[in-house]
Design a protein around this ligand. Structure first.
Ligand SMILES: [Zn+2]
Length: 230
């Protein structure tokens, strides 16, 4: 995809404003280069800037995945990595993460998300039993304010013990009824179309799978009966 003349013009303008804020000795002939760049050159330039920016702020999880930082691994395949948290909230705190760098849940493709959740689902009862934990907290921080210190999607599984002094609780104050309804309406209006479409698709997939499963079971039973017939 190449930039249109119009897009190129806007981007040039943005870049030139950015340059004005840079120290003079770093600017050099950057200004002329940008002004004279064709849309193709401009696109290439942006790509270079982005990858330079990414390599400057290294993601610790990506470094671990690449094997440049040591870690205690539990499971690894092409798509996901499961490891011990080196600064655990409690004994047995594990991290489940996609190998590709995503920050937010909405960026993660469905099959990958399913795989991550599948791991959570299967490992959770094992953790409880093995560590003699009483409960588990499954924690997915999304954004800095929520405690996402590393901008790489991660599912924390935190075994919970008696008097572990961890708190995921909040003050249980009764909400304002009017406000509750207003917010619910807003969310419904904004999300329903998209959510319903997605859920319908998922439901169809699920029904299909269920049907296949029932058919194969019925098949097995009928074969079994036939065998027993004299
Ligand atoms: Zn990363």
């Amino acid at each position: 995809m190449t930039l249109t003349e119009e897009q190129a013009k806007t981007i040039k303008k943005q870049l030139l404003t950015q340059i004005e804020k840079m120290p003079k000795d770093q600017v050099g002939d950057l200004k002329e280069q940008i002004e004279e760049a064709t849309p193709e050159e401009l696109e290439e330039f942006i790509k270079q800037q982005q990858s330079a920016g990414q390599s400057q702020q290294k993601c610790i999880f990506c470094e671990i995945i690449a094997g440049r930082i040591e870690s205690v691994k539990i499971y690894e395949d092409m798509d996901i990595l499961v490891l011990m948290e080196i600064m655990p909230a409690s004994k047995g705190h594990i991290l489940i993460l996609p190998k590709h760098h995503y920050q937010y849940i909405q960026e993660i493709p469905e099959p990958l998300m399913n795989k991550l959740i599948y791991f959570v689902k299967t490992v959770s009862p094992i953790l409880i039993k093995l560590l003699d934990a009483k409960s588990l907290s499954i924690y997915i921080p999304q954004g800095q304010l929520a405690g996402q210190r590393i901008q790489h999607f991660v599912i924390n599984i935190i075994p919970r013990y008696e008097a572990d002094n961890l708190s995921f609780d909040w003050e249980h104050k009764k909400a304002d009824d009017k406000e509750l309804k207003e917010i619910a309406e807003k969310i419904k209006k904004a999300s329903h179309g998209e959510v319903i479409k997605g859920i319908k698709e998922e439901q169809e997939k699920y029904e299909k799978k269920k049907k296949e499963h029932i058919e194969s079971e019925a098949d097995q039973i009928s074969r079994h009966i036939k065998k027993r017939k004299p």
